[in-house]
Write a protein that binds this ligand. Structure first.
Ligand SMILES: [Zn+2]
Length: 205
């Protein structure tokens, strides 16, 4: 088929075969009937695994979560404990200091500066996600594709590091972020007056 031909594909859920509702900007689709996620691979929809985090809230916002490490000026940081120390934070006891540090990036619709701000705050807090007992009926629309996670990762990680390290020329020159495979998760927020809150994450936007 030539490039200029339009192709109309019916989006059907790979889990229950129901038609999927989608906006043009969505990249991963959520089925409200069987509560599973799907993405388009070629002409077919394939299931996409997703973790739904437990917590308080009526709005389930999607995030990409990926293990990450960074290297710079002879230092390698790749665990929660090391990242907390390096970013000037204190990790709570029992918070898995030796497990991989996790990058969080909002997958819902936001302007780039907001993606970095919320990504930074979540990455600094690095919440330990417990799975909810039930998948939500609706989730926020997923508009950031998996392939966009890596290009955003460096900006988020560097924004989480203290000023003096960021300002050092050699630190920035050698700075490299490596990420593992991103996975999708939803995190519950409370929505009030067009704002989103999470008291557990101490986050508002
Ligand atoms: Zn379904």
């Amino acid at each position: 088929m030539a490039d200029h031909d339009l192709m109309i594909l019916p989006l059907t859920c790979p889990g229950c075969s129901a038609p999927l509702q989608a906006t043009p900007r969505e990249v991963v689709y959520y089925c409200r009937l069987c509560r599973c996620a799907a993405e388009l691979c070629g002409r077919e929809t394939k299931p996409r695994s997703m973790l739904h985090a437990a917590g308080n809230g009526d709005l389930f916002l999607p995030f990409w979560v990926a293990p990450f490490s960074f290297q710079s000026a002879g230092v390698t940081v790749g665990t929660r404990g090391e990242f907390a120390r390096f970013s000037g934070n204190i990790l709570r006891e029992g918070a898995g200091a030796d497990s991989p540090s996790l990058l969080f990036l909002p997958a819902f619709s936001l302007q780039a500066p907001q993606v970095i701000r919320i990504g930074r705050q979540m990455t600094l807090r690095m919440p330990l996600l417990r799975g909810a007992s039930q998948a939500p009926e609706r989730i926020g629309e997923i508009e950031m594709a998996e392939c966009d996670v890596e290009p955003m990762a460096e900006a988020v990680v560097v924004s989480a590091l203290p000023e003096e390290r960021r300002k050092s020329f050699s630190f920035m020159k050698e700075f490299r972020v490596t990420i593992g495979t991103p996975r999708l998760c939803t995190i519950p927020f409370l929505s009030r007056n067009r704002k989103c809150y999470s008291s557990e994450l101490n986050l508002e936007f």
